[in-house]
Design a protein around this ligand. Structure first.
Ligand code: AMP
Ligand code: ZN
Length: 113
């Protein structure tokens, strides 16, 4: 299995898991860009947002709602937080297994770099 996130999900590579269920795993980003930087990752391997199809609609909804729940647990619901899907090279995607970044705990600039 060559995909880094598939290997983390399988438990072959240690990660700091913050949540898991039958369809999702969430773990801390190894290079956090904010005090909270969690990755919400589906167990199913989908390389990029371009391969998301209608069969994934409920899954993507669960990812977004899980991000909101983790942000709320950590006290960021009212102050604010950011969720990001990077897609392909020009957006800086480096791991080709879709993941939702959840960032919070500092003021985040807009537009992003
Ligand atoms: P992206 O650039 O959107 O593909 O995001 C990939 C993210 O995965 C980056 O923020 C990396 O810091 C993070 N990352 C890479 N390797 C690991 C790892 N072993 N454990 C946790 N996060 C990782
Ligand atoms: Zn994968």
């Amino acid at each position: 299995m060559s995909c880094l996130f598939c290997r983390i999900i399988a438990g072959e590579i240690p990660g700091s898991r913050v949540y898991e269920d039958a369809e999702l795993v969430a773990f801390d980003d190894i290079h956090p860009q904010a005090p909270m930087h969690v990755l919400i990752v589906p167990r199913v391997h989908v390389p990029t947002l371009n391969e998301v199809d209608p069969s994934h609609d409920a899954l993507v909804g669960s990812m977004i709602r899980r991000a909101a729940a983790i942000a709320a647990e950590r006290g960021y619901a009212e102050g604010g937080y950011r969720t990001v899907f990077n897609c392909n090279a020009q957006a800086g995607q480096t791991v080709f297994h879709i993941h939702l970044h959840l960032l919070g705990g500092r003021t985040l600039a807009w537009p992003p770099g």
